[in-house]
Write a protein of this length. Structure first.
Length: 114
């Protein structure tokens, strides 16, 4: 399903998983047996009858795949979205922060610039 979402072949996703397994594991990626999957989610899926294991990609892992894919227009759109979001976050400091002399300062009372 991840390969279908990014409009790439399954092998491209498999290679990314192999090369970046530690990061994807940190994102919640895991592989479960068919039996474990069916006992939890069976009625919600249309898994191929011969599949013995199922790879589960949480949203964060799906986004990471998009950041790592080279030849996917959708992957590029995901990267652009994430970069645009980061750019927006940098421009607007978190609540509790304030600007002083052009620098973001720590949490504290708001005070007028010096």
């Amino acid at each position: 399903m991840v390969a279908r979402y990014y409009e790439v072949d399954r092998e491209a996703v498999r290679q990314i998983v192999t090369r970046n397994r530690d990061e994807l594991d940190d994102d919640g990626y895991r592989v479960v047996t068919r039996g474990a999957f069916e006992s939890d989610i069976a009625s919600l899926s249309n898994i191929a009858p011969r599949a013995r294991t199922i790879a589960l990609f949480p949203r964060r892992a799906v986004l990471r795949i998009g950041m790592l894919l080279r030849d996917s227009e959708i992957g590029r759109q995901v990267r652009d979205y994430l970069l645009d979001t980061e750019q927006h976050e940098v421009r607007f400091p978190a609540p509790g922060s304030f600007l002083r002399s052009g620098k973001v300062c720590g949490i504290g009372k708001l005070s007028a610039p010096e």
